[in-house]
Design a protein. Sequence first.
Length: 85
Amino acid sequence: MSRTVIDLDDEALEAAARELGTTTKRDTINTALREITARYRRLRALGEARELVAEGALDMDILLDKSKYRPIGGQDGVHDAGADG
């Protein structure tokens, strides 16, 4: 962990804390950094998936066809995605 002295926009910091549910400057800034990093990773992954769909390497219709999901408690005992329990 590094220590850095910076000038902060207090209004932006307070708004971020409200949105993130954090109570300290440190938690607000660290949470915001993690959130933005995760967001951009998700956006990149979405872009890559779109490219795969455009290239025909990924068929969204097959992925969205719930009739292809494994039944609950199938032979291998694995529950399907989203099943309770």
